[in-house]
Design a protein around this ligand. Structure first.
Ligand code: 5AD
Ligand code: SF4
Ligand code: FES
Length: 356
């Protein structure tokens, strides 16, 4: 193994910070041996905080309508082949009830940017979930909204918000999105969420078109400085009815490598082994956890709509009932020596720079 890179890994483990050039060197220096070393270090750090516990979040995909037109996503508004649906508040509540009975204590309401879900409607749904399940956390993943909207939803009881930054490089951002979406606004949203008091998740795709070691180094630096509670990363997977239909998918190995680096950057980070990882490789989520991930997100959406929430080709878990998905993940985690735990799985307090 390259000794310079090994010493960079050791430095990162100790100081939780590298320069952009050092991140760049780690990214381009990926080898199977270095990846194995990094994964071992990441696993050790994760075990020192979370033991062998993996948190579970119940994902409820509330709407496949989206007003945006991201070049990579199957739900983009110009995809005329997409099947659109939206769950009613009653359907969302009944997914949560089913999830609660299955042991879920965090519900993630995720959807495209759908104007039907006004602050009033969402607040009512959040209040109902919190009233009925007071021991549960509600996470939202509903895209860009105004400060006032985020605040209203927080006051209704939402605890956490996931909004991937997609890339920390403004030019790359513009290559992934039409001009109506801006990097500045995405960053504004993340800062607003933080200011309001949410536990915040950012994240990015691995292998998105136009991504380079430079843009990835910026993503790592962004996570280092923004210090999110959560970070969702998964491989880019082309969707057949998008402008990126002909692009190549990201790699499972690189995603795992980056998961390990992220664990060392910010040890208490909640890091999901994503569905996209499991879609590209049947044991992708297991590999993700072994590399440092500590969250899995089985699907709680009604089976009747699952195929319609098609962000990318071949998405897994579209035919299984919620209970099957839950049981499947339990077994998968057990098979690699981890335990799926029933709890809200709140982020651990985040040590400040310098104390390790
Ligand atoms: N491949 C992988 N991930 C995707 N996402 C959207 N489209 C794709 C795709 N084709 C991710 C984006 C978005 C999240 C909801 O799903 O990162 O933020
Ligand atoms: Fe809409 Fe999100 Fe897909 Fe963009 S990534 S088109 S905002 S659902
Ligand atoms: Fe959904 Fe295996 S996790 S079916």
């Amino acid at each position: 193994m390259n000794e310079t890179l090994v010493s960079l890994v050791r430095k990162l483990k100790k100081t939780h910070s590298l320069s952009l050039d050092e991140y760049h060197a780690l990214i381009v220096g990926q080898t199977p041996e270095l990846a194995a070393f990094l994964a071992k270090e990441a696993d050790e750090v994760r075990r020192s905080i979370y033991g062998n516990e993996v948190f579970v979040r119940g994902l409820i995909e509330i709407s496949s309508y989206c007003k945006n037109n991201c070049y990579y996503c199957g739900l983009r508004r110009e995809n005329g082949q997409a099947q659109r649906y939206r769950l009613s508040p009653e359907e969302i509540l009944s997914c949560a009830r089913e999830g609660y009975a299955l042991g879920f204590r965090t519900f993630v309401l995720q959807g495209g940017e759908d104007a039907w879900f006004t602050d009033e409607r969402l607040s009512a749904i959040i209040r109902q979930i919190k009233a009925e399940f007071s021991d549960c956390a509600v996470t939202l993943s509903l895209g860009e909204r105004s400060f006032a909207s985020y605040k209203t939803l927080f006051e209704a009881g939402a605890d956490r918000y996931l909004l991937r930054h997609e890339t920390a490089d403004a030019e790359h951002y513009a290559a992934l999105h039409p001009a109506e979406l801006s990097f500045e606004n995405r960053m504004r949203c993340l800062a607003d969420l933080r200011k309001i008091g949410y536990a915040v998740g950012c994240g990015f795709m691995v292998g998105s078109p136009g991504q380079t070691p430079d843009t990835l180094a910026k993503d790592l630096k962004f996570v280092e400085t923004f210090r999110p509670e959560m970070c969702g990363i998964g491989p880019f997977i082309p969707h057949h009815a998008t402008p990126f239909a002909g692009e190549v998918a990201g790699s499972v190995a690189k995603t795992c490598y980056l998961l390990s680096i992220l664990r060392l950057i910010h040890p208490p980070l909640l890091l999901p082994a994503t569905t996209a990882l499991g879609t590209l490789d049947p044991s992708g989520r297991e590999k993700g956890v072994l590399s440092g991930a500590n969250v899995v997100m089985p699907n709680l959406s009604p089976v009747s709509v699952r195929k319609k929430y098609e962000l990318y080709n071949g998405k897994i878990c579209t035919g299984e009932e919620s209970a099957e998905c839950r049981g499947c993940l339990d077994r998968r985690m057990e098979s690699i020596g981890y335990r799926v735990v029933v709890s809200r799985g709140d982020p651990k307090s985040t040590p400040q720079k310098g104390d390790h």
